[in-house]
Design a protein around this ligand. Structure first.
Ligand SMILES: C[S@@+](CC[C@H](N)C(=O)[O-])C[C@H]1O[C@@H](n2cnc3c(N)ncnc32)[C@H](O)[C@@H]1O
Length: 340
């Protein structure tokens, strides 16, 4: 592996071969951020852990399992929409586009878009951006299946990836953000994030966003609390990660997964509930944590939207709506936009 320091971007560059390279912040920066963020988010009355910390190797694998669960409709519904979009998307992009993906994960749905790109391009460029190391594994798998694919992976936060992309070159980008991961943002953070994407885009760039729609409470609640307990395992795994990486002593038997749909706020709220009065030490965050019985640690919001709200939000943040694709049940939406 050839490693070169990218001083100006604070990234290390890993060139695997002529078709695959990654950029990654230095390890010390990543660990420091994790310890500091946990110290801040757990050392307060309303405790929370950012959902971006779910995705260590085990968390990413558990998320892939969630995607196959009968209760978890978002993945199979979005895949169905992407399949239907195969004939229509090519009329909006020409051969000059590169595919950029925020939160690419296992890049499973990406394949439906890469099918379109690689069919019409001699060389297709794909820039996955993901905080999880799963990016490396999924990139290697993609390269086994697509001959004319060239991958530049950015193993970093969405914000880091967008900074990386800004002014990168003059090539047109189709930026995709699937899985309704956008729903994890609060309304204000979401608007700021969309404005950031908008300011990263050049004229000619396109953005495709997958958003989950408001629906029956039962369907929503069972998608985030499945009968096999995989979502529960995924939620609790963040405590194991803190134990392993920040030298902490969470006893997972003393916590349970709790999720509920808040109709007024149009969001699934996911928590870890403390089952007893307990104290936990998180050494690398310099934190001694006292939790009361039934106290909640918030771990994720997953906002749901109406089609009108999506239109208003995208227009407000500087986009022109080009097209919205839906499934037959109107469970999920994919919206293609350009910059105003
Ligand atoms: C819910 S999964 C979605 C994966 C895939 N896009 C899909 O639709 O199935 C979210 C992905 O985004 C990544 N992720 C979460 N928060 C992130 C952040 N703040 N910055 C970069 N990646 C993030 C996770 O590692 C994970 O792979």
């Amino acid at each position: 592996m050839n490693e070169t320091i990218q001083k100006n971007l604070e990234y290390k560059k890993y060139v695997i071969d002529s078709k695959l390279q990654y950029f990654k912040p230095h390890a010390s920066k990543i660990e420091k951020t994790f310890a500091e963020e946990i110290s801040f988010s757990l050392n307060r009355n309303t405790k929370f852990i950012s959902p971006k910390f779910f995705y260590d190797k085990k968390g990413s694998d558990l998320f892939e399992k969630i995607c196959t669960l009968p209760e978890y409709y978002p993945t199979r519904t979005e895949i169905r929409i992407l399949q239907n979009l195969q004939d229509e998307l090519p009329s909006f992009i020409d051969n000059s586009y590169r595919l950029v993906e925020l939160g690419s994960g296992a890049s499973v749905k990406t394949r439906l878009l890469l099918d379109i790109f690689t069919k019409s391009q001699e060389k297709t460029e794909y820039f996955p951006i993901d905080i999880s190391e799963i990016l490396a594994e999924s990139s290697e798998q993609l390269l086994q299946d697509y001959d004319n694919l060239h991958i530049t992976g950015i193993i970093d936060t969405y914000d880091g990836g967008l900074e990386f992309l800004k002014n990168y070159d003059k090539k047109n980008n189709l930026i995709i953000f699937l899985g309704s991961s956008f729903g994890n943002f609060s309304h204000i953070d979401g608007e700021n994030f969309l404005e950031k994407i908008n300011s990263t885009m050049k004229s000619g760039d396109l953005f495709l966003i997958g958003l989950d729609l408001v629906k029956d409470t039962k369907i929503l609640e069972s998608a985030y609390d499945d009968s096999q307990g995989i979502t529960s395992e995924f939620n609790l795994n963040v405590l194991s990660r803190i134990n392993d990486e920040l030298d902490a002593d969470f006893d997972l038997n003393n916590f349970s997964h709790y999720s509920i749909y808040n109709k007024d706020e149009q969001r699934i709220e996911m928590y870890l509930k403390s089952l007893v009065n307990q104290s936990v030490i998180i050494s690398k965050s310099n934190l001694s944590l006292n939790l009361k019985k039934n106290e909640l640690i918030h771990t994720e919001h997953s906002h749901k939207y109406t089609l009108d709200q999506i239109k208003t939000l995208l227009k407000k943040t500087g986009f022109n709506i080009i097209h919205t694709w839906l499934d037959d049940d109107t469970y999920f939406s994919l919206t293609l936009v350009s910059k105003n």
